[in-house]
Design a protein around this ligand. Sequence first.
Ligand code: ADP
Ligand code: MN
Ligand code: MN
Ligand code: MN
Ligand code: MN
Length: 366
Amino acid sequence: MAAVSLSSYLIKGLKEQYMKLPQGGKVQVTYVWIDKNGEGVCCKTKTLDYEPKSIEEIPEWTFNGLGTRQAESDNCGMYLVPVKMFRDPFSLDPNKLVLCEVLKSNRTPAESNLRQTCKKIMDLVKDHRPWFGMEQEYILLDINGQPYGWPDKYIPGLRGHSYCGVGIEKVFGRDIVECHYKACLYAGIEICGINGEAMPSQWEFQVGPCEGIEIGDHLWMARFILHRICEDFGIVATLDPKPMPDYKYASGCHINYSTENMRTKGGLKDIKDAIKKLGKRHNYHISVYDPHGGNDNARRLTGGISTSNIHEFTTGINNCSVSIRIPHQVEKEGKGYFEDRRPSANCNPYAVTEAIIRTTILNKTG
Ligand code: ADP
Ligand code: MN
Ligand code: MN
Ligand code: MN
Ligand code: MN
């Protein structure tokens, strides 16, 4: 049997007895933030003696940035500024999860804090009512980095074809997917669906549509909940676009986008205008669609199964091998939204949404 982490051997039923104990009027607030690399998450928990009713009622906090490699040794205290509160699906009501921005000791944003500039841009264009929906793909691995559940021996048929699959020869780890879906709903995440993806043990969840900065906040907390649930199961969920380099399938994070104009009668023209602008800035978008300046997507966007080629900008109606797709029903109705298929699974939604707004609404070029 594949190695699993020790914590998943613990008897979870025993834990239930303690989790049910009354809290004496106190409330646990788990502060969640984006890590040094801008790819993972960190958390720590604080007791409040009241239940916060809004984000303003949650105090700022600090952490040791040396421990997370986010600070220098002579300036290690960093600030956690609460920005979005959710219900805690692990320790349940009245406990909270709170997404935080990270500030350095001089109160400027930490390197991986891309939310501040994104928020400024979103505030600037709020009259356009920009909506985003993101399709987060991920792959389940065991602690040794092997795809979760794959048999040692080759099984005919176990080479993909698992998209929306059902059955033990097609999909591995549905328990995690279903727990994550419920936990997100409980928390108040705008999760709008899930499906099995092309590779066995690859899955997808969708968040949205969310307006402006909300998409980044909801997607990051949904990612936190996924990693936290995987802890309970002794499994790793990786957002790396291609953890198995020899295997043709890869993980992306398609982003669907619309403005008020695109959603109203005749909006298809606005959609086509926006796509034209995006086509003129392909390289810039590729450079912000993964956390390594395009290097992650270079492994993924090969023009293979349902991907475009990283070096070309392409678009089409109902075509899944292009950079940007106009869904079939959008073309039919003459309004709606479009799908940019380029962002990598490990993209930072704040960087991706900011770039889309800069190009399509603020008309930035170059
Ligand atoms: P696909 O057919 O590409 O697999 P999905 O069903 O997985 O599409 O995801 C569709 C995404 O589009 C969801 O995240 C949803 O929130 C989003 N979406 C739907 N309508 C809009 C809209 N008007 N503007 C922006 N995003 C939208
Ligand atoms: Mn300490
Ligand atoms: Mn999808
Ligand atoms: Mn998908
Ligand atoms: Mn898609």
